[in-house]
Design a protein around this ligand. Sequence first.
Ligand code: ATP
Length: 134
Amino acid sequence: MLEERSAGAILYRESPSGKLYLLLNYPSGHWDFVKGNIEKGETFKQTTLREIKEETGIIDVSFVEGFENKVEYYYQRDGELVHKEVVFFLAKTVTESVEISHEHLGFTWLKFDDVMKKVTYKTAQSLLKKVNEL
Ligand code: ATP
């Protein structure tokens, strides 16, 4: 079985109507938080900062201490089963404008309830619930 490791963040900003969370539309169609594959020698947080910059253009990012959660899933790639683990942090930005890379189809900043409806996978819903409990 192939093994894949990524890291990412539940990235939010404060708005007049409360916290807004960033979601990206992945090429395979799903909506999820920003994340990406770990490159050799990187820490999870370094990967997360690099991916946020590459995928959204956002560079002011501060991690909320005490939040680190791992998500796990399996998927098929070219007929082979992939076991994937993604470590997610909670992070804050003050930047509203997003410049997505060619790797994604779109983005949106949404309130908690709307994120719950928009995300494709239960893993993302569970993560957001943990953020809310914090
Ligand atoms: P990365 O952002 O880590 O570079 P990627 O864009 O290469 O990732 P994924 O987002 O992991 O790929 O998607 C790979 C496959 O796994 C897709 O078929 C997708 O539908 C599926 N997938 C993605 N996230 C989940 C999840 N949380 N639970 C189950 N399946 C998922």
